[in-house]
Write a protein of this length. Structure first.
Length: 452
């Protein structure tokens, strides 16, 4: 990653006394330990080299991932019998729960040419909801003799480690090296961090989104386009990426509109002023960068259509993909309304709208904060676009906790905006939340009766 520039030593004012710059802190000769004593620090001797940045990131990631693995194994000892295994499942059985079984079916059977139907002729749950990149990458490992679940978990863990390194390379120039390491720690100790080491495609989606946006921010648009196309067959990220890139492109246009001086037009001045208020420290990409962003927006839009079109071509049904996705919610695709429905389900018809309004206000306050905007245009527009995408199309079941993982840049904003105690508090809270998520959600073993 690019080195983070450390601040230089302040230049003393004329009325200040110059400190002695011959000691070891300044690299000069040290005073002798005694009349005949050796130098405490020989001139020219170098300090012990620091480990490479990636090694430090992987050390934090590894510690957090090992803690999550330990929690998974401890939780498994208390897990009851489930549809996937008996009580106290082994590691390979435990990682086969939930959607991991669908990826194994894709690996074993591929995708159906005829969509299965349930009651009333509605499309039933099927493999078209699960994209092929994870099974595809796991297949060569199965040729070496690994069963699918360990092979797919190895792919997910590898992508998870790569995601930590890429996120750090992207975010550290924005927040600093130490806060960036804490961003890694907070992400990989968060409530649903376990899905980053089981046969789920979340870790693939995270590393590909981060890589695509970092490449775009650095003007490497061809690399970004390739990562967007690959990512769109790992997780459904094409549409939110297109929205993020499009918003970023519009911001670039607004920031560049008009010119300062007597001839500046009013609309151009207003647009530029709005853009500067939104991102006062954001660097602009220039004319070539704006063209690149426009092209990337088109690439992301096309990539978002690849998998739905593939399902259409294979099954002969135009809505094969969306009908499959909505089969989990038991109804058609109705933008925005599922949030109100779920709000009413949680707290009742008359309080449901208030719950949703408070959730939206909380999201707006978090995304509008200075800490979030300090992450730069790529990360900020991605978080805004992804939140809007979820609001429009997602049915907010308990899966929402996992689906929020692509908002990982906000962990870096949190790490940069609180002190050491706050960071430790967030990490401990994340570990506590993991215990509940592993037990109540992954293991289906909540024994809590909700009483006041």
């Amino acid at each position: 990653m690019p080195d983070i520039q450390s601040p230089g030593r302040p230049i003393p004012r004329p009325d200040q006394t110059q400190p002695d710059q011959t000691g070891p802190d300044y690299g000069g000769p040290s005073p002798l330990a005694g009349p005949a004593g050796p130098p405490a620090h020989a001139p020219g001797a170098a300090r012990a080299p620091r480990p490479p940045r990636a090694a430090r990131v992987l050390a934090v990631w590894g510690a957090a991932s090992l803690l999550t693995l330990l929690m998974l194994r401890l939780g498994a000892q208390d897990a009851p019998a489930t549809p996937w295994a008996g009580p106290a499942p082994s590691w390979s059985e435990h990682i086969s729960f939930w959607d991991a079984g669908w990826y194994e079916r894709v690996f074993r059977e591929g995708y159906p040419a005829v969509l299965p139907e349930g009651g009333g002729g509605a499309v039933a749950q099927n493999s078209w909801a699960f994209m092929p990149l994870l099974p595809l990458l796991a297949t060569p490992l199965t040729w070496l003799g690994l069963p699918f679940y360990p092979a797919a978990a190895l792919v997910a863990i590898t992508a998870s480690g790569a995601g930590a390194v890429v996120m750090d390379r992207w975010m550290a120039p924005r927040v600093g090296e130490a806060p960036s390491l804490w961003g890694v720690a907070l992400t990989w100790t968060s409530m649903c961090a376990a899905v980053l080491q089981v046969p789920y495609a979340e870790s693939l989606g995270l590393v590909l989104v981060a890589g695509a946006l970092m490449a775009a921010e650095r003007g490497r648009f061809a690399v970004s386009a390739l990562l967007i196309m690959v990512g769109s067959v790992a997780r459904p990220i094409g549409l939110p990426l297109a929205l993020a890139l499009g918003l970023w492109w519009l911001w670039e246009l607004a920031a560049a509109r008009g010119h300062e001086g007597p001839g500046d037009d009013r609309d151009g001045g207003r647009a530029r002023a709005w853009a500067r208020r939104l991102g006062p420290g954001w660097a602009r990409l220039g004319g070539r960068g704006r063209a690149g962003l426009g092209a990337l927006t088109a690439v992301a839009l096309v990539s978002a259509l690849v998998w739905p079109v593939a399902a259409w071509m294979a099954t002969g049904r135009m809505d094969a993909y969306t009908a499959t996705e909505t089969s989990w919610r038991g109804g058609g695709l109705t933008p925005f309304l599922p949030w109100l429905d779920r709000g009413q389900w949680w707290v009742g018809e008359h309080l449901g709208w208030l719950l949703v309004a408070c959730a939206l206000a909380l999201a707006a306050l978090g995304l509008g904060s200075r800490a979030s905007r300090s992450l730069g245009p790529a990360a900020w527009f991605w978080c805004v676009a992804y939140a809007l995408y979820l609001l429009a199309f997602f049915d907010p079941t308990t899966s929402l906790l996992r689906i929020l993982l692509p908002l990982a840049p906000l962990a870096w904003a949190a790490a940069a905006s609180v002190g050491s105690r706050g960071r430790w508090a967030l990490a401990v809270a994340g570990v506590m939340a993991q215990a509940f998520w592993i037990s109540w959600v992954w293991d289906l073993s909540s024994a809590i009766t909700w009483v006041p």
